[in-house]
Design a protein around this ligand. Sequence first.
Ligand code: TRP
Length: 446
Amino acid sequence: MKPIKEKFGGRLAVIWAMAGSAIGLGNIWRFPYLVGQNGGAAFILIYMAAVVVLALPIFLAESVIGRRSGCDTFGAMNKLAPGSKWKWLGLLTVITPMILLSYYSVVGGWSVEYFFKACCFSFDGNTQGLFARFISSTWAPIITHTLFIAATAAIILLGVKKGIELFTKITMPLLLVLILFLAVYSVLLPGAGKGVEYLVKPDFSKVTADVVATAMGQAFFSLSLGVGTILTYASYVSKKENLMISAGGTAFFDLLFALLAGMVVMPAVFAAGIRPGEGPGLVFDTLPYIFGQMHSVAGGIVALLFFLAILVAALTSSISLLEVGVAFLVQRRHGLTRQKATILLAILTWLAGILCSLSFGPLAHVTILGKTFFDLFDSLCSNWLMPLGGLLFTLFAGWKMSKADVRDELTNGGSCNRTIFGVAYFLIRYVAPVGIVVVFLTNLFL
Ligand code: TRP
């Protein structure tokens, strides 16, 4: 097993790259519509709790396994638990991100389309049905999906430092500025007050077990957990870095972006008198409408910035998904170059993505277990494979690895985090696994 040679350069580079993976469509597209569907502020509070007690421990577990082994998921299992059944966990976490990427890149393609539309200033007040027409057509979404996958592969071909690190270092701060500006803009729209209120005044009467499970699932999705992305990135982290700081920093920025995206979307939705619970179309359907209503160059520019933000966020995430598979292939199949691995996986996910893209049009009636390809892939990943991966990672770090090894990684040989190690270890060993099992049972029976 070849240890990975390339490393991220420094603490900020680590946080930017991990945050780049975490912050994506999950924050800007998925989070706002889930908030809208699940009752606003109360959902946000539950989500925050899920991040701390469930997502952070898994994040730490993956970080520990990744840096300790210095390998991709599969190699990590082989190295830390040689000859055991744990190697299947490695395999699972190579397959899940590929399934995820295939439908993620379809939504990424939608953001490409909307970015182009915004560039042409083509949102006028008349955007009714625009989104539905676009996603149900055959070729246009396939073309944008293709462009999105190609861009993802191009960045990965450049490598860890020149590709991932450079791209995220430039784009993440830009994204923060963009989204801050948009949030201020949105909050100042006439009639936006109701939207702000919706985000800060909790109404717990709407909270059901399903809402809690959704919040937990979103925490997994948003922090890129359970598929080995964080594990793979952690294998590029140098021994000097403090893993708890990179985990805490990533979770902080991820939450910040989700909340800011909520602050961009909800006030605008309320200002336009639209209902927030409309689902996955929320961002694509309502925002162009709102921008279009402004009938001005300013509206056009704001639209452009917004879709640019979504596109950049989606790309920094998709590269992390592709990197997991590439790291695996390059290290497992000696002789397979990074170029070949990237191109091979890009083509496979591109093909699977075409099925997902057509799920809204010509293949809408083709269902498996009552779900279209897109929905099937999404529910397979979010409800099953990611929680399963997360569960197994926490069990691995909490029960299979020795406590001394875990302590060594989390405290850098006893030189930092000594007092909070106990709490973190308790969360990894008991709280997170039990929490995940609860999510499973809820998905199974509700
Ligand atoms: N977290 C990303 C988002 O919010 C998506 C993502 C990237 C992801 N890598 C992942 C999700 C790995 C799960 C696992 O958009």
